[in-house]
Write a protein that binds this ligand. Structure first.
Ligand code: GLC
Length: 491
């Protein structure tokens, strides 16, 4: 496990090599020598719709600029103003995109995540980088990790995790490396990666059900979907309830600090945001320990998206370990099998949904997280076919890929966060899942729609309206830039 913040040996490829002489705001990342994919890869096919031609070239150059500009010094900030630190699954998407232009920098992106790893094995969803100096609303003071946790990490981090996409990123980056370099990379990353998967099982599935629990909506990666909003509603502090009951949410709007870069109506609602701060405080009070938070009656949800990512990550972890000639611990292998078996039944209750781990009840609301069952890759073929059919149904998909909530959901809002917008990083997972399940035409369609969305917009937004393709949230969002690049290059 890497336990020092020294990332100087990470990411030594051309992306870093020429950094002297670049403007200081760009330092840490440098213009790579990019070969257009059509020339770099013989046999690269001409594109359909708006996924080839000058528009794509311009968007590609811009996406690379976004990754350079968001470089924080060996890792990538999702957005220089809105998310000015390192996020777990964002860095995984970034590595997947970066591997096409600078595989060493991509490897460095993955390895830098382990700087924030807790001695317990937990990989936190945010690793704070104080040097950056940009204010962030949910800062280290809110998490209080160093005081709360018995064995804290060596750097400031949040106290929760995020979808475990790391093994996927490791396998993708490794696949782009020459064999000997790949072996060294895998051997370096494996101890920390295994420790993370072991932590997920030990801490979040102590009863060996196969499905791990998620304890904060920020862990789901989809921060404000209705099932999660319902799960945390009762935790609203008294002041928030009073303001909500009085229909006076403007008071809270004035207090929030996350709306300087992006309009509040595109973000989580203010009462929910303050409820999430409250939840964070409660988790801090129980030292982020699963046994204690359960005893305190705090939410614990078997999030379907998170578990879908875990199923796939387990598979990739097995591949990576086999390639490196290392055996995974028997207990971990057993847990991984249990997960696969448990997840195969995810459609038994109809559309894949989250489950309340406290009661066993399936949460009623459908969200795009359910479709990540396709990404998990273990559904029986006819079930996968049924789910893929639903994905492209007009209830979910307009011109630009699936909305985060169905168009007919009462909470649907085309420009607000996870309440309607299309998220390119989710589309990446779905394209990959469709492709692996042999649904090549559907994968192609969704890939083309996503590329078109970004090209037309001219900027890599955090999310887009599923109605008119308009960009919302943070502009110049690194994960969108990265998955766009992967979709362009990985043809
Ligand atoms: C938002 C997204 C989450 C992402 C984070 C940083 O919170 O919901 O998925 O990781 O921003 O980009």
């Amino acid at each position: 496990m890497t336990t020092t913040e020294d990332t100087s040996s990470l990411g030594t490829g051309p992306f870093r090599a020429v950094q002297k002489g670049v403007p200081s705001e760009r330092r840490g990342i440098t213009p790579p020598a990019i070969t257009p994919p059509a020339q770099a890869r013989p046999g690269h096919r001409a594109e359909t719709r708006e996924t080839a031609g000058p528009g794509v070239e311009t968007a590609r150059a811009r996406a690379l600029d976004v990754l350079r500009a968001n470089d924080g010094g060996g890792f990538t900030r999702p957005s220089a103003r809105l998310y000015p630190h390192q996020w777990l699954w964002d860095s995984c998407f970034v590595a997947i995109g970066l591997r096409h232009v600078d595989v060493e920098r991509a490897a460095g992106e993955v390895l830098s995540l382990f700087v924030g790893q807790w001695p317990s094995g937990m990989l936190p969803h945010i690793r704070f980088c104080p040097a950056i100096g940009e204010p962030y609303h949910a800062d280290p003071g809110l998490w209080g990790v160093r005081d709360a946790v018995e064995a804290p990490p060596v750097v400031e981090t949040s106290g929760v995790t995020q979808p475990p996409l790391v093994a996927e990123a490791v396998a993708r980056v490794g696949a782009a490396m020459p064999a000997r370099r790949r072996l060294a990379f895998y051997r370096r990353v494996l101890p920390g990666l295994v420790a993370y998967h072991e932590w997920l099982y030990r801490e979040r599935d102590p009863e060996n059900t196969g499905l791990v629990s998620v304890v904060h909506p920020w862990e789901s990666g989809m921060d404000d979907t209705p099932p999660w909003s319902d799960a945390v509603r009762d935790l609203a502090p008294a002041k928030v309830r009073a303001v909500r009951d009085a229909g006076d949410l403007d008071v809270l709007e004035g207090l929030r600090r996350d709306n300087k870069a992006v309009p509040a109506q595109e973000r989580i609602a203010a009462d929910e945001l303050f409820t999430l701060y409250e939840l964070t405080g409660r988790l801090r009070a129980v030292r982020y320990r699963f046994d204690e938070l359960r005893a305190a009656g705090l939410p614990s949800i078997r999030d379907v998206g998170f578990n879908a990512v875990l199923v796939r990550a387990n598979r990739q972890l097995e591949t990576v370990a086999a390639d490196a000639g290392l055996e995974l611990p028997t207990g971990l292998l057993r847990a991984m099998r249990t997960t696969r078996d448990a997840f195969r039944n995810v459609l038994a209750g109809g559309f894949p949904r989250h489950q309340d781990a406290r009661t066993g009840r399936l949460l009623p609301d459908e969200t795009v997280a359910g479709f990540l069952a396709l990404y998990a890759g273990v559904l029986p073929p006819e079930q996968a076919g049924r789910l893929a059919g639903q994905l492209f149904d007009a209830r979910w998909t307009g011109r630009y890929g699936p909305a985060s909530l169905p168009f007919d959901a009462p909470a649907f809002d085309p420009g607000r966060y996870w309440r309607g917008p299309v998220w390119p990083m989710v589309n990446w997972l779905l394209v990959d899942g469709l492709r692996r399940s042999g649904r090549v035409a559907e994968a192609r369609r969704l890939r083309d729609e996503t590329v078109e969305l970004v090209v037309r917009s001219g900027r890599t937004y955090e999310y887009y309206s599923p109605v008119d393709g308009g960009g919302h949230g943070a502009p110049d969002f690194a994960p969108t830039a990265a998955v766009f690049l992967d979709m362009i290059y990985a043809e």
